[in-house]
Design a protein around this ligand. Sequence first.
Ligand code: ADP
Ligand code: MG
Length: 576
Amino acid sequence: MRQIAGFIAPYWPAAVGGIISLVLVTAAQLFVPRFLGLTIDEIARSSSLRVLNSAALIILGAFALRSLLLYGQIFFGYFLSHRVVADIRQRSFEQIQRWSLARFSGWTSGDLISRSLQDTLVIQSTLLVGIFDLLAVILTVAGILAMLLLLQWRLALFTLVVIPVLLGAARVFGREIQHASQRAQARTAGLASMIREAFGAARVIRAFVQEEREIRRFRRQNERTFQENLRISQLIAAQVPVVSLLTAGGLVAVLWFGGRMVAAGLMTVGSLVAFLAYAALAVEPAVSLSRSYASVRQGLGALDRVLELLNPAGELRDAPDAVPLPPIRGDIRFTAVSFAYPDGQTAALRDVSFTVPAGERVAIVGPSGAGKTTLINLLPRFHDPSSGSVQIDGQDLRAVTLRSLRRQIGLVPQETVLFSGTIRENIAYARPDASLEQVEAAARVANAHDFIVALPQGYDTGIGEGGVALSGGQRQRLAIARAVLNNPRIIILDEATSALDPESEQLIQQAFDRLMESRTTFIIAHRLSTVRKAGRIVVIDEGRIVEDGRHDELVAAGGTYARLVGPQLVDAASGE
Ligand code: ADP
Ligand code: MG
């Protein structure tokens, strides 16, 4: 609740407007029965039509005023609820953009999407709307009680007995509904993940002919979601009649007792009519009291799920005194670096120390799972070492701002990610203000210019979702152009060519050769032809550096490297 108040606080004028309308609506409503009762007694006494006429006008006026104010009450309520949801969505997206890469491994994209869209919608429609309804109900019920006590306190005390019963019912239903709705939301998130997979894994699903299984899986989950929603519906459906019955019983009791009091001369007929009108007025709020309470509980379940997105745990932030990294030369030093993933059992890197002078080309070689990607991920600070330090030009990376560091590093990952948009926009992703000449120059370095100008709209050709289909090699060259455009001093190529055909690879090799000129380069590769070109080879195995030297030296030494590239050496020899 404190969290929600924090989200509403900036819009306090709307909240105040809503509450003022609410109070006035309630007052107008409470005025009518009492006025009615007085009028009845007055007419019974004087039989005056003038009294009747003016009374009718006044009641009509009170209702007209109430309707007008009701508009304000409802509008402000919806305004606030939608406003708060928009803010929560914005905040969670901002937060997700700051998540460390390690934190994503515990999540599926479907879960993220369903929490930021679906759960926030539930917060809007249940929690926030429920809070305003609850306020209205509490105010109305309190007002009605006050009026009842004023009218006939003995009869009023008698009706009070109903209240604890109503509250008890509200609590029981509310708790059950909250739990059921939490389960329903989790199931819905599971559905969202499957829909994502139907899209992302479509080729694999077709290739292994697993459509039917996916459909069955979805049906199971969908049916479970339905069952949970059914449970919520049953609870809500049962709740309304139960509460109505309780209140109707109360009304009948009031009529019975009140009638006896009128007969005994303890109360006027007008007062009894007013009393009954108030009691009837309380039925609707009493019913919605329990419904709004259940709504609020349901919304709180969703809020919990959204707050997990907003939890800043595991964020990689700039140190408070971080300075921008000045333009670098590219000297790199790892000192006794160890690293373990938060959920990993063993360390991914152990006591890794080495230095790379600016401009050197280093190939990183090792069996898969050895820690190569983990090692180079420390350079753009996707993670911080658990112990030891990484320095560029003698500057510890933890002391500089992430932004200034990452802008000076060009990363070409194994999986090329292209955004929907034009080719030009994709190349200029990190520098949207780059001129067409700069984009073209980058594309030339990446050996991409020729294929781009051959496309129907050249650099303005749309790619990504719904755009033109590019081959793996073409996509990879766009990724290289993207890294080149920033003119970084440090280049990281993480298995960037592993999945390519020989012809594409050759085009990309040429691109690399241009790219690596006079820059510090780390290249993770398995192909001998790629590795051999690096002046220096660092061999990693089980998180440790096991060898470090030139190709011929390492082959001659007959260690891990010789074992890894041995088969390819034989192939190369027999091919020549
Ligand atoms: P390589 O790139 O050499 O194939 P990685 O650096 O990707 O190897 O992985 C090194 C080790 O760290 C492996 O044992 C892998 O299972 C583990 N690992 C990699 N990424 C994560 C992660 N996000 N969370 C937990 N463990 C990870
Ligand atoms: Mg890897």
